[in-house]
Design a protein around this ligand. Sequence first.
Ligand SMILES: Nc1ncnc2c1ncn2[C@@H]1O[C@H](COP(=O)(O)OP(=O)(O)OP(=O)(O)O)[C@@H](O)[C@H]1O
Ligand SMILES: [Mg+2]
Length: 711
Amino acid sequence: VIHLVSVELESFRSFVNPTKIHFAERGLYCIKSINRDTGGSSGGGKSSIGLGLAYAFGACPIPSTELRSWGSKTPPTANLILDAATISRGKKVEVTVGGEKKDGSIAQKEAEFLKVFGGLDLEMIMALTYRGQRQPGLFLNKKDSEKKDFLTRVLALDKFEAALKESARKISALEQDLLAARLRASNFETNLKALAPDADANEVEALGQQLQSRMEERALLIAALVQEHDELRDGTEAEVKAAEESFVPALAEARGHVAALRAALQMSDPDDPAVVAAIENLRVTADQCAARAKKLSDEDNARRRDLEAKRSDYSKRIQALNLKAGATEGLSQEKNRIENTLRSMQVDVCPTCERDWDRAAAHRAHLTAELADVMAKIAVCEQILEQVEALIREVAKLPKFEPNAMALKLAEAGAKTRAQIATEEQKLKGARELRAAERRRAVAEADQAVTQIIASKAAASSDIRTRVSGRLQELQVEAEQLRREQQKDQSGLNELGVQLGRLRAQAEQSEKITVDLAVAQIEVASIEAQLKAEKDFAHLIGREGFLGSIFDEVLQEISDETNEVLGSIANTRHITLQFRSENVTQKGTIEREIRAFVTVRGHETTIRGGLSGGMLTTVELAVDLAVGAVISRRTGVCPGWLILDESFDGLDAVSKETCIEILQRYGQDRLVLVIDHASELQGMFTNVITVTYENGVSTIESSQAPGAAAA
Ligand SMILES: Nc1ncnc2c1ncn2[C@@H]1O[C@H](COP(=O)(O)OP(=O)(O)OP(=O)(O)O)[C@@H](O)[C@H]1O
Ligand SMILES: [Mg+2]
């Protein structure tokens, strides 16, 4: 039991001055007040004592700025002295445990202080030691689900809860692992089945070896055939070469002959000298004829030119005279005209000028003169014409040109001679062509001989080759046949190799998978074992196991304790309480809830349904005290005080008395501080603390209660 020794307040609300309040280890205290400023009991400073305690713990609901005494410069200070430790909260926070002052941050110091309360946290300590003004009963006013949480935490069962949750998580994880491991194992089994070999690797290998040796034998055979073939071919080629070489001299000779003949073809032979001389003579004769004929022809030409020149001269002269005589016609026309005019002038009047003739006499005279002139001119012209005729007669007397007949004869003789020359030359040309044709024929014959020799040579080699070609082909065909078989064997061998490779890989894989399977099976077994152990563990500490039973036990203990209290007091003797814990399933989780029921005069009811306000307050108090007692027993930690700030306000005197009676029992081994206005029940308390309020300042006046001796 941790005892509250004293509380010191300074600059804390109405406790302006340093104020220290001592407490006994156990007993039932009444804290009352006198407000001298109002004359009443309210606003005296009672609640401030409880608030001071909470503040020292660091759990005051009012902020420290509002706790500082009005007008004071000192920060609100509350020192709490327990028998095991002290905590002082003012300007600084100071903690001593077992007389030793703790260092570190505020949080570290507070933690050191709380360690004194074992596993209880601050909230739990406050819940078990302090019910503030107008706060209802603690435990029964919690929701059904909160009750369990409260007990779980206060009894440090949360560790088991956490272990249970962890176990559930582990179970779920293990179940998943198990599924996965089983799947793995089953996959390995399936794979193993799939890898069962379809043939014996040794048999396949033996088959391969057999094939291999057959191929080696065949390779030898092929080599022999190839050798025979090559030898035959090479021998034949040597023979062919020898045969061809035997033709070489004849061929060379024939080709030499051809070359000589071709060279001769290029040369020209002299013509027949007798014919050449005859031709030369004929040419001399022809030339002589030509020269003589030329001479005669030249003479002819000279003669002819002379004659022509004479004729031309006459012709020119005649032409000139004719030109002169040409005026004759014009003159005779003039004569006619003048004569006509003169004849017409026989008339009286001149036909031209229409004058009288007399007047035309002059004109007639002129005409007559004119006529005489014309007549004279005509006479001249007639003389000229006579000259022309004389000249024409002279031209006619000129001799006619006759060429020399000898020249013609000479020309004919020349032509004849030239024809003879052409005939002789034609004879020479014919003889030359005949000689050339003969030579060409000889060349062709020689060429033919060369071709013949080449053909004979080819025929000889061909004969030799033909003789062996059959055998060579046979050898090739035979070797080819063997090679094809060899290839077939090779592909068979390859297939066997692939098969063998596959079989070996499968065997290797099978071995690996067998190991994997064994590992997986071991893993399955291991997980199964772990799962079983975990399930056993969960069952053991779970609702059906330890946790379930401990809850039921604790609840039974609380209700027993409560019922004992209720039963011991006349006014509550007819009320009994029982808790039931039930599983409530919500969203897949199973939560255990604690429900409270009461039986009033034999009728079971819920606490809110069947109890009056006064009865409920009484039962709540009894339950809270029972909870505190059970927790203390169970945890081994007991905060040895309880502050109730006007918890019985509004109750009638009897109910209140009942509550105080209950607290009297509880206060036998603890300190209970009841803040209350009433003075009528003071006799029931062991101590009374009177807080006096005057001029805004509270002071303490402690006294032994009148009934203290009796208690
Ligand atoms: N910061 C403060 N400084 C000084 N006085 C304060 C401060 N805060 C509150 N008070 C006064 O302290 C007095 C005591 O208040 P407290 O709550 O302790 O009274 P009480 O005795 O519990 O009264 P009630 O019976 O009405 O609950 C009150 O008169 C209040 O007005
Ligand atoms: Mg108060």
